[in-house]
Ligand binder design. Structure first.
Ligand code: AHG
Ligand code: MN
Ligand code: MN
Length: 339
């Protein structure tokens, strides 16, 4: 059988980065190792007394699951041991984690990470994920600082996610297309299974937490009604698919086509998802696959980062569907101003 492992693929692609001396490759490898360990724990979560909550509330005001903590610890340990990063930002840590060790003296990169995405789904055996984003540091030396993370999404050197699903997959981009690797548990390696992933320009699946409908902006309400209308020419009504595990919803839409929406709501007036370690990496992947990602008005990747855990509304997926919902947003924003 002709398999290409993640490690082989990364070495081959190193030629795409003439100035990199293999550090980025090693960093991606470190993330791969940590995700295999997390996958092992997710797989036996029901047996390992690792289900449930720790009793703590995180910086976002959310209940912390034991696996959130486990995954966070694994990724931080792997990144520190690898020596390629000078700082880490994680959903689970209020402040950045500067890395100051002998092996990280010449580290060129910083990583922002959501170690476990969709953690409310762990206890019910539904897919969860990890999302990561890699930037080149902008500070010159020593441990990284906040400044290194205050870069727009367009500056990402690489971004990816891991989905702990019916199989475990890593999907990543270095800005030259998107590739997906499936973990072959018999050899313990991620193997190239989805080369050059692209997403459909238009499609007929929409993913949104419709329970929040009454709290959505008018443009989103009208777009949802548009998705539900009968129209043969455009294949409507569209299907609604929402797991509530962002990586799983977005992975499905990447493969089959579709739009993922998390707008502002009355409860989350700035949106729920975080710009730095959720929206920016997912936006880079989706754009690289031919899709589009905005906050309803502005391209996600061009938004300024003002704080580490900044939230944003997100409209992401098939190009034409994102354009359509933006049309609705613009139209009904104007109407509400005129009222
Ligand atoms: P996290 O588990 O990292 O806090 O992220 C949860 C996110 C994302 O995975 C998902 O798309 C969204 O929250 C679901 O939110 P609702 O339950 O409000 O629909
Ligand atoms: Mn998340
Ligand atoms: Mn998380």
């Amino acid at each position: 059988m002709n398999v290409k492992t993640l490690g082989q693929f990364i070495i081959e692609k190193q030629a795409d980065f003439p100035y990199a001396k293999g550090e980025l490759s090693r960093l991606l490898r470190d993330l791969g190792i940590a995700s295999k360990i997390v996958n092992r724990e997710v797989n036996k979560a029901g047996l390992a007394e690792i289900l449930g909550e720790t009793g703590d509330i995180n910086v976002q005001g959310e209940k912390v699951k034991k696996l959130d903590v486990f995954a966070n610890d694994q990724f931080i340990a792997a990144l520190k041991a690898g020596g390629e990063v000078c700082a880490i930002a994680s959903e689970e840590n209020e402040d950045i984690i500067p890395v100051d060790s002998e092996i990280s003296k010449n580290a060129k990169y910083v990583v922002a990470i959501d170690p476990l995405d969709g953690s409310s789904n762990i206890d019910v055996n539904v897919s969860v994920g990890t999302i990561f984003s890699i930037y080149r540091r902008v500070t010159l030396s020593g441990p990284g600082t906040m400044e290194d993370f205050m870069q727009r999404g367009t500056e990402q050197i690489a971004a990816g996610y891991v989905i702990y699903g019916s199989s475990c997959m890593m999907v990543y981009t270095t800005g030259k297309g998107v590739n997906g690797f499936t973990l072959d548990p018999s050899i313990g390696e991620f193997c190239l299974s989805h080369p050059n992933m692209t997403t459909k320009k238009s499609a007929n699946t929409y993913s949104v937490n419709e329970g929040n409908y009454l709290h959505f902006p008018d443009g989103v309400k009208k777009y949802i009604k548009y998705c539900q209308e009968e129209d043969k020419a455009t294949g409507r009504p569209y299907s609604s698919r929402y797991i509530g595990s962002g990586v799983a919803d977005i992975h499905r839409n990447l493969i089959t086509g579709g739009i993922y929406i998390y707008p502002v709501t009355t409860k989350s007036p700035n949106g729920k998802l975080r710009l730095l370690y959720e929206c920016n990496p997912l936006a880079l992947i989706v754009e690289q696959a031919g899709g589009k990602a905005t906050d309803g008005k502005v391209r996600i990747l061009e938004k300024d980062i003002k704080e580490l855990h900044q939230r944003t509304p997100l409209f992401l997926g098939s190009h034409d569907m994102v354009e359509k919902v933006m049309e609705f947003m613009a139209k009904y924003a104007e109407e509400s101003i005129q009222k």
